[in-house]
Design a binder for this molecule. Structure first.
Ligand code: AMP
Length: 191
């Protein structure tokens, strides 16, 4: 099994690269943001709860997020591995992921982090907002808050896996194909 965490701030290209990586490595892509948006679209109670946080660019509480993620993994046991995108975003989420995988005699193979500077992130998110239909991509205050929340809460996840020698950092500036090649070089080392 390969269990990858595709990591990076909002707008760093995780979704775009995950779509290419899952084809190449034949993995199941699990994006907690996509799962929340689907819950919102279906008008579920979980979706309603998540929306109140997402609209402000805040993190959805850990217990809600972890429960949803674990359900998704449990529903898809027969895969070659997972690409976790947008999860874990806090150290307790990382610990929960390690525990869940450990219970299946598995582990995180690598956290691959895309690095992109703030100015570029804001431009990319505003551009994406023109077509994504995501309200959290159109409001500049929400965008800035998401980047701040990433710095305050989420970068600690990279430190957590770095301390286990499982984190690699990849330049997230360039063409989609260039960045994809850089990611593949790193992933091939653990695949
Ligand atoms: P994303 O699609 O990954 O940019 O996520 C959009 C929004 O969903 C985030 O700004 C959070 O409000 C929420 N979200 C997604 N994943 C998580 C997570 N792992 N933990 C908490 N909130 C999350």
């Amino acid at each position: 099994m390969i269990n990858l965490i595709l990591f990076g701030p909002p707008g760093s290209g995780k979704g775009t690269q995950a779509a290419k990586l899952l084809e190449r490595y034949n993995l199941l892509h699990i994006s907690t943001g996509d799962l929340f948006r689907s819950e919102i679209g279906n008008g579920t109670e979980l979706g309603l709860k998540a929306k109140s946080y997402m609209d402000k660019g805040e993190l959805v509480p850990d217990e809600v997020t972890i429960g949803m993620l674990e359900n998704k993994v449990e529903q898809n046991p027969d895969v070659k591995g997972y690409i976790f995108d947008g999860f874990p975003r806090t150290v307790p989420q990382a610990e929960a992921l390690d525990k869940m995988l450990g219970g299946k005699q598995q582990a995180v193979s690598s956290l691959v982090a895309l690095t992109v500077d703030d100015e570029e992130l804001i431009q990319r998110l505003l551009n994406r907002g023109k077509t994504s239909g995501r309200s959290d991509d159109t409001n500049i205050d929400t965008i800035k808050n998401r980047i701040q929340v990433y710095k305050n809460n989420t970068t600690a996840v990279a430190d957590y896996y770095n301390s286990k020698d499982k984190a690699v950092f990849v330049d997230g500036i360039g063409s989609i194909d260039e960045i994809f090649s850089r990611l593949c070089v790193e992933i091939d080392k653990v695949a």
